[in-house]
Each structure stands twice: as structure tokens, then as C-alpha cells.
Design a protein around this ligand. Structure first.
Ligand SMILES: NC(=O)c1ccc[n+]([C@@H]2O[C@H](COP(=O)([O-])OP(=O)(O)OC[C@H]3O[C@@H](n4cnc5c(N)ncnc54)[C@H](OP(=O)(O)O)[C@@H]3O)[C@@H](O)[C@H]2O)c1
Length: 192
């Protein structure tokens, strides 16, 4: 498939495994220079090595940074220059009864799942506007529309991501920068 992304650069939050890693592979197939991310240095390094083996002629970078760590997030934002495509993918989830979800859980979920995308978008959107080209993709979930009764904290963050993507898209109406929100259902994306 040619998505006409040849020569572009992408950052994917939370991409040492799972959906983020699969997105990295797909973008590399499209000749996009990819930067992956995770919170654990060894896992980040291992994922980067695997991608290098699979795509030996591609440009692959990695930044270790934990989205719960303020200093690491600031360093990450400083290192991100010239990114055309931002994939706000990082997300944590677990099944938990409403009565057992602590204040700390609520704040941790908001920090990782929502504020990571706010901070990354705020950092990279001006560069995209200057270049008159960019993409910001929010990996949300069906759980943000139909909130699971045993993951209300998770559903709240996925609904928030859709709200942010929706609002941002209005900021660039008529521009060539498109902000999209994605609902992922069974490892497929619905982009609206
Ligand atoms: N899986 C599903 O069925 C499903 C369904 C709907 C939507 N989604 C959404 O899709 C996205 C990806 O899900 P997934 O299942 O692929 O996730 P996953 O397999 O659990 O992978 C999570 C990734 O995020 C990284 N990560 C976790 N916490 C982090 C933190 N604090 N700072 C930096 N990186 C962190 C992990 O890196 P390390 O552990 O290596 O540090 C890992 O690379 C999420 O937003 C999720 O809500 C998933």
C-alpha cells in the first residue's frame, strides 16, 4: 500500500509492543522514519533491534521516557524535532471495580493516557503548522464510547482522547494538518 508518506517522520508513544509496535512496522513499510518509545530501556532497545533486523535500510530511533515522569517527559519533548506524524498510542488498562479505583489510579490513568497526548500534540502541532503538513492520530477505543462497567477509569480517558482530537481538528480547519481520532475495535482502527 502506498499511503504517500515516503520520507516523512513519525513518533509513536508506547511502541515497544502491541499496537504501537505494529504501527511502527507499518510506517516503516511506507518508508517513514520512525521513533519508538517505552518506559524501560532494555525493552525499548530490544524493540528497536527487532525493527532494525526487519527493516535494515530504514531510519529507526528510540527514546526511553516514562509518561509518569515529568523530567523524562520534558527531555522527550525536547528531543522531538521535525516530526510529521504523531501517533498518540500509549495507554494503560486493567479491569477494576469502581469501588476499588483509587484517586491515584484516576490520576495515573489521566496522566498516561490523556496528558501524554496533550503534551505531545502541544509540542508538535506548531512544527506541523509551520510546515503546512502533519498528522496527529489518537488511538482511542470502543471503551471511550460504550464505557465498560469494570473499567470506568479507562473509558473516561478514551472518551477524553476523542474530545481532544475532535477539538484540535477544529483548530486547523482548512489547513493541511489533520487531527483524527481513532476508535480501535479488535485491532482495527475506525478513523472519523
Ligand atoms: N489491546 C486492545 O485490545 C486495545 C483495544 C482498544 C484500544 N487500545 C488502545 O491501544 C493502545 C495500545 O494498546 P496495546 O494493547 O497495544 O498496549 P500494550 O501492548 O500494553 O503496550 C503498551 C505500550 O505502552 C508502553 N507504556 C506503558 N506505560 C508507559 C508509560 N508510562 N510511559 C511510556 N510508555 C509506556 C509500553 O512500553 P514498556 O512496557 O516497554 O515500557 C508498551 O510499549 C492503548 O492506548 C489502548 O488503550 C487497545
Amino acid at each position: 500500500m502506498d499511503l504517500k508518506l515516503n520520507g516523512k517522520s513519525a513518533f509513536i508513544s508506547g511502541s515497544t509492543q502491541g499496537i504501537g509496535f505494529a504501527i511502527a512496522q507499518q510506517l516503516l513499510k511506507e518508508n517513514v522514519a520512525v521513533t519508538i518509545n517505552g518506559r524501560n530501556k532494555e525493552r525499548v532497545s530490544k524493540a528497536k533491534d527487532t525493527l532494525k533486523q526487519q527493516f535494515p535500510n530504514s531510519t529507526i530511533s528510540a527514546i526511553t521516557a516514562d509518561f509518569t515522569n515529568k523530567e523524562e517527559v520534558e527531555r522527550l519533548l525536547g528531543e522531538l524535532t521535525d516530526i510529521d506524524i504523531l501517533i498518540n498510542n500509549v495507554g494503560i488498562f486493567e479491569v477494576k471495580d469502581f469501588q476499588d479505583i483509587t484517586d491515584k489510579d484516576w490520576y495515573d490513568y489521566f496522566e498516561i493516557n490523556v496528558m501524554s497526548s496533550v503534551r505531545l500534540s502541544r509540542q508538535l502541532l506548531p512544527q506541523m503548522l509551520n510546515k503546512k503538513w502533519g498528522r496527529i492520530i489518537f488511538i482511542s477505543s470502543e471503551s471511550g464510547v460504550n464505557i465498560p462497567e469494570n473499567m470506568i477509569h479507562y473509558g473516561m480517558t478514551k472518551a477524553a482522547m476523542m474530545a481532544i482530537g475532535n477539538g484540535l481538528s477544529k483548530l486547523t480547519k482548512g489547513d493541511q494538518v489533520k487531527k483524527l481520532w481513532g476508535i480501535k475495535i479488535r485491532h482495527k482502527f475506525l478513523i472519523a
